[in-house]
Design a protein around this ligand. Structure first.
Ligand code: HSE
Length: 436
């Protein structure tokens, strides 16, 4: 059989890694796919740049459309990233009848509904395993491996850069900006690193995971995101003292009222496996009604781990090339005409427990005032620590864990606590999940 011809758009970290893996493992990959897979063309912005891959035998160009419009190319790998001109490139490739493999989470989260509709009209595949959690085959696991289940919730460490920063801050007491600079140098961070630290990148990935878990359209605009920039060393230490770790989690949960889609720093019990996922590693915990909890762990970023997912998608596409387009695995796991219209809940409707840190004058009655406000909002206290040592401004730190409550009640209670004359400054609130 004729080899399958692949064109690569972008020869950066992921593109370079993909060229290396496809070349190095060519024989093994052909045995799996049933056909030889050859990269014949690749595009890059600057052809003179030093690369991590050997481009011998590949025709290079600075114009991606030379590849997209080449009738010889069967599969286009979009490894440029971002949404601007890339969306048009992908839509043109689809219009030209080419299958597309992409690692682009922002593109899928923001424009996936349109892209998949066009792909279905043309009978081509758009595969995106590398878009979520790098080398972990989490899309395949949820979309195919767990298809007998009703997924109840999932929670993931799905941004390696953020996890690397939190781990280094906790273990080595390093500064936020110093660790971020290292993540950028290692090629983990996004072009705009605020996407990593403010939860946008994790929000893109959570959007995709929630769609394939619950059979809902992609809705990035409804994801609640909160970053890690307000986490202090003292929060990390208090959390540890109470038996918890702080992780930046993406959480998708189906409730009777609707779906919670949220990315935020979260206290989780230190004994959970996922609490011990450190550095740039990713992990996703998925709870299905039949299988129970399942955990997927691996490298969430980097050249070859991401290439591993890209190449697996290429193999899937090659295997399905001769099949009937109607009988392929649906892009979003559920048949396109069976996507559900379940509401995504506003943050006020989230139900979660909380860690609260506040600083107050060391006077009688302050604790009574705070606990009375919480009680008035039906918020039960799980644990409380009142530090004897005053902070550098002479205030007494009070740390509390609460039981699960409605976020709307907690917002109101925090506003009242902050208005107490004996309380200084803002209440620092971190959500808490037991993931049991
Ligand atoms: N910036 C991303 C991360 C890269 O740190 O996880 C992989 O998507």
């Amino acid at each position: 059989m004729k080899p399958v011809k692949v064109g690569v758009l972008g020869l950066g970290t992921v593109g370079g890694g993909t060229v290396n893996v496809l070349k190095r493992n060519a024989a093994e990959i052909a045995r799996r796919a049933g056909r030889e897979i050859v990269i014949t063309r690749a595009s890059a912005r600057d052809l003179n740049r030093e690369r991590i891959c050997d481009t011998q035998g590949i025709v290079l160009t600075t114009d991606p459309y030379e590849i997209i419009n080449d009738p010889e190319i069967d599969i286009v790998l979009e490894l440029i990233g971002g949404c601007g001109p890339v969306k048009e490139m992908v839509l043109t490739a689809i219009a030209n009848g080419k299958h597309v493999v992409t690692a682009n989470k922002a593109l899928i989260a923001l424009h996936g509904n349109e892209i998949f509709a066009r792909a279905s009209e043309k009978g081509v595949m758009v595969a995106f395993e590398a878009a979520v959690a790098g080398g972990i085959p989490i899309i395949k696991a949820i979309r195919e491996g767990l298809s007998g289940n009703q997924i109840q919730w999932l929670a993931g460490i799905i941004n390696g850069t953020g996890n690397f920063i939190l781990t280094e801050m906790r273990d080595k007491g390093r500064d936020f900006s110093d660790v971020l600079a290292e993540a950028q140098a290692l090629g983990y961070a996004e072009a705009d690193p605020t996407f990593d630290v403010e939860g946008i990148d994790a929000g893109h990935k959570l959007t995709i995971l929630a769609s394939i878990a619950f059979g809902i359209p992609l809705q990035f605009d409804k994801v609640f995101t909160e970053g890690i920039t307000k986490i202090t060393r003292e929060d990390v230490e208090y959390a540890e003292a109470l038996g918890y770790r702080i992780k930046h989690l993406g959480i998708a949960r189906k409730t009777p009222e609707g779906i919670e889609l949220r990315v935020h720093p979260t206290l989780i019990p230190a004994r959970r496996l996922i609490a011990n996922v450190d550095g740039v590693m990713n992990a996703v915990l998925v709870k299905g009604d039949a299988v129970g909890p399942t955990l997927y762990y691996g490298a969430g970023a980097g050249a070859e781990p991401t290439a591993s997912a890209v190449v697996a998608d290429v193999v899937d596409v090659v295997r399905a090339l001769t099949g009937d387009p109607e009988n392929r695995v649906p892009h979003l796991a559920f048949q396109a005409d069976s996507l559900a219209d379940i509401p995504v809940l506003p943050s006020e409707e989230f139900r979660t427990a909380y860690y609260l840190r506040l600083h107050a004058e060391d006077k009688p009655g302050v604790l009574a005032d705070v606990t009375r406000i919480l009680a008035n909002h039906q918020i039960s206290i799980e644990a409380i620590i009142q530090k004897e040592a005053l902070d550098d401004k002479g205030f007494m730190p009070i740390i509390m864990l609460t039981q699960i409550t409605l976020e709307k009640e907690m917002n109101a209670a925090i506003a009242e606590i902050e208005a107490l004359p004996m309380v200084n400054g803002k209440v620092n609130r971190i959500r808490l999940e037991t993931l049991g």
